[in-house]
Write a protein that binds this ligand. Structure first.
Ligand code: AVI
Length: 323
């Protein structure tokens, strides 16, 4: 641990977590339209598969966002100004924030927020070592819930960083509620740097979620493997297939797991019945056009100042100011 990192009390995997997972899974699987929450994707196998997705030729968002950040980091740093406290929502293993930290003028604090404690502390130590003058204040929390942050220098302007187009995985009302909380956290002088995936040619979207190597399919199916392990579920993975398509009216990619046969299985101690062709809806990934993004920003107390994009107009890194 470096002297500019503040340690957190340890949290452990507890029976409470198992009960939560059971409740989440059963609530979705016993409803009329079966669902599972995308948060369940990210066990260690799922997180590793997601890293592979980010490298796929068809999955453009990660490298496109990186290229936009690389090209525009100086502009972003100038817009954000000096002496900021940068709060990163879902810091993960990501290194995107370094593109900003390398350019910011005298940043005073970096607050990575993530639910995975081991990774959070490793990343916090790395950043503290890389930026010796920077106070690194890791917060182990689920950022979709209200957050309490450590004391930050009062003079510092608070700027949130939410890359990865994860905002697209929130339904519109959840996205607005989340950005509203971010706006509250950064305060009236604050701002937000937001990664957003844009609406585009449906074929490009289709391919990004139906890659030829089958990694996205493996990522989706891993949900069932997880429930077999953690809840003693009895999913037969040979009888489910990955389905992903663009729902144009809702402007979102939908991922599903389709049961190829009529069948019954157990999850925890509950019997679940599937008809042939019935699906579990596992993820939505909303794709924004400018009107939708403006409406989202305005409904949550922000104004879009700048939209940085790429040569193919696929992705935005947006700079939003609190109003
Ligand atoms: C994390 N999130 C932004 C990804 C997305 O594109 O919606 C998750 C993902 N699902 C399938 N591929 C990637």
């Amino acid at each position: 641990m470096t002297p500019n990192t503040q340690r957190l009390p340890a949290t452990r995997h507890t029976p409470q977590h198992d009960a939560q997972e059971r409740d989440l899974a059963l609530r979705g699987l016993t409803s009329d339209v079966k669902t599972l929450p995308p948060s369940l994707f990210y066990d260690s196998a799922g997180a590793a598969l997601f890293e592979q997705i980010c490298e796929l030729p068809e999955y453009y968002p990660t490298r496109t966002e990186l290229s936009i950040l690389t090209e525009n980091s100086a502009d972003l740093a100038a817009a954000v100004g000096e002496s900021v406290a940068l709060i990163e929502y879902g810091s993960g293993a990501g290194t995107k924030v370094r593109l900003l930290l390398d350019r910011l003028v005298r940043p005073v604090a970096y607050v990575p927020v993530d639910v995975s404690q081991a990774q959070l502390l490793r990343v916090a130590d790395e950043r503290a070592e890389q930026y010796p003058g920077l106070q690194v204040l890791p917060v182990c929390a689920d950022y979709t819930q209200p957050l309490s942050l450590p004391q930050l220098p009062t003079a510092a302007r608070r700027v949130a960083f939410f890359p990865g187009s994860t905002i697209g995985n929130f339904h519109p009302t959840e996205a607005a509620a989340f950005l509203h909380r971010v706006r509250h956290t950064v305060g009236p002088r604050g701002g937000l740097i937001l990664g957003v995936d844009r609406r585009k040619d449906p074929q490009v979207l289709h391919d990004a979620y139906n890659d030829a190597a089958g990694v996205t399919a493996a990522f989706n199916l891993n949900l069932l493997t997880r429930l077999n392990r953690t809840l003693g579920a009895t999913f037969d993975l040979n009888t489910f297939r990955h389905v992903a398509y663009f729902n144009d009216a809702a402007s979102r990619i939908e991922m599903h797991l389709e049961s190829t046969i009529a069948q019954q299985m157990r999850v925890a101690d509950v019997e679940i019945t599937f008809e042939a062709g019935e699906t579990i809806h596992t993820e939505c990934s909303y794709k924004y056009d400018e009107a939708r993004l403006v409406a989202l920003a305005e409904s949550s107390g922000f104004r879009i100042e700048t939209l940085h994009t790429d040569a193919h107009d696929r992705f935005w890194v947006a700079w939003l100011r609190a109003v």
